[in-house]
Design a protein around this ligand. Structure first.
Ligand SMILES: NC(=O)c1ccc[n+]([C@@H]2O[C@H](COP(=O)([O-])OP(=O)(O)OC[C@H]3O[C@@H](n4cnc5c(N)ncnc54)[C@H](OP(=O)(O)O)[C@@H]3O)[C@@H](O)[C@H]2O)c1
Length: 330
């Protein structure tokens, strides 16, 4: 079985290639520069540019799935997804861009069904675990009335690719889901309590607002992030993003921790779920590869699905535990 990695020459793409190698799965390295792709690993290289849909589809042909790591997805994601559908190959990506994830889930379903493949955006350390823990937390208080998905990671350790993606979305503003539709989030989030810590949060365009309402019939779904991280990401205009490091060194990467919280309120009950892990970029690679391999073995129905629609949430999170992830719902 072969898995195509589009954007394999990037920081996250390289980690995805390494994770496939660790699992003994053959990677096909896809991108625009043969030279940069050949430097990644001793693996098959297929060169295709985004303005050549036939070459891109041919580059994915014969693969069981595509893992797309070339962001900003708002800008570059469309041609890659269309080529995967044309090649009838499952698709996952590492996008954290709320608007693009919303658009993919809203529009790609019919073409994916016709092609008989599954499309799962947002398989990174925020969108994947955030959607899965929200599903498990909401189930505890069903029917959930209100859901909050909060990204409580500490500031620090963003790659240039992440900074570029953040710069591409901050102007768009965060959405919330209310009364059957999406609208701008009006703010006013209460602090979130963690054991021993009260965390100030602010609205942020996280994947959860795009994904959770598609499988939890709550009246309201909102998302927030640690307020000092929101400030940091807001400072990433296109110029400042170019100053971020292209690659995080091993020590910086491994010192990072990510933490997604979901709070679900039903009639008279509240449940809280937390999922946390080390090495945000390394775990993003693990999550994307885990998802791609589950699609390759036929775990999900065809369509454009959120992580929790495509995969059994507890089983998927349990598969991350050997990588240092811990999760609980109370
Ligand atoms: N949500 C999360 O939690 C999370 C976690 C990890 C990563 N991510 C996302 O993953 C993405 C990648 O991040 P990164 O740090 O790995 O970035 P990166 O190192 O800059 O890599 C970007 C990759 O995209 C390719 N690319 C960029 N523009 C392209 C174009 N026009 N045509 C073809 N290929 C193009 C690059 O190819 P070249 O080498 O040819 O330039 C490179 O392979 C970002 O959007 C980031 O936000 C999200």
């Amino acid at each position: 079985m072969k898995i195509a990695v589009h954007g394999a020459s990037g920081f996250t793409g390289g980690l995805v290639v390494a994770e496939l190698a660790r699992r003994g799965v053959e990677a096909v390295l896809v991108g625009r520069s043969r030279e940069r792709l050949r430097a990644v690993a001793d693996a098959e290289v297929r060169v295709a540019t985004l303005d050549d849909p036939d070459a891109l589809a041919a580059a994915f042909a014969g693969c069981a799935a595509v893992v797309n790591t070339a962001g900003p997805f708002t800008r570059w994601g469309g041609p890659v997804l269309r080529a995967a559908l044309a090649a009838r190959v499952h698709y996952v990506d590492t996008s954290g861009e709320q608007g693009q994830i919303h658009d993919v889930l809203a529009t790609a379903g019919p073409d994916a069904e016709r092609a008989g493949v599954t499309v799962v955006p947002a398989l990174a350390d925020d969108g994947g675990p955030g959607d899965l823990i929200a599903a498990l937390t909401a189930a505890r208080v069903a029917p959930a009335r209100e859901i909050l998905v909060a990204d409580l990671r500490l500031p620090g350790g963003a790659s240039r690719g992440t900074a570029r993606s953040m710069a591409s979305i901050v102007g768009r503003g965060p959405l919330e889901y209310a009364d059957g539709g999406w609208r701008p989030d009006t703010g006013g989030h209460a602090p979130v309590d963690l054991p021993g810590e009260r965390v100030e949060v602010a609205p942020f365009p996280l994947p959860g607002v795009a994904t959770v309402p598609r499988h939890v019939p709550a009246a309201r779904v909102r998302a927030a992030m640690r307020a000092d991280v929101v400030k940091l990401f807001a400072s990433f205009d296109p110029g400042a993003a170019e100053l971020a490091p292209a690659v995080l060194d091993e020590a910086t990467r491994r010192a990072g921790r990510w933490c997604m919280l979901a709070r679900a309120t039903g009639s008279g009950a509240t449940a809280t779920g937390v999922v946390t892990g080390p090495d945000p970029y390394g775990l993003t690679a693990v999550i994307a590869v885990e998802g791609a391999l589950r699609l390759a073995r036929g775990d999900a129905r065809p369509g454009a699905l959120t992580p929790a629609q495509a995969f059994e949430p507890a089983g998927f999170l349990d598969a991350l535990v050997p990588h240092g992830v811990a999760w609980r719902v109370e």
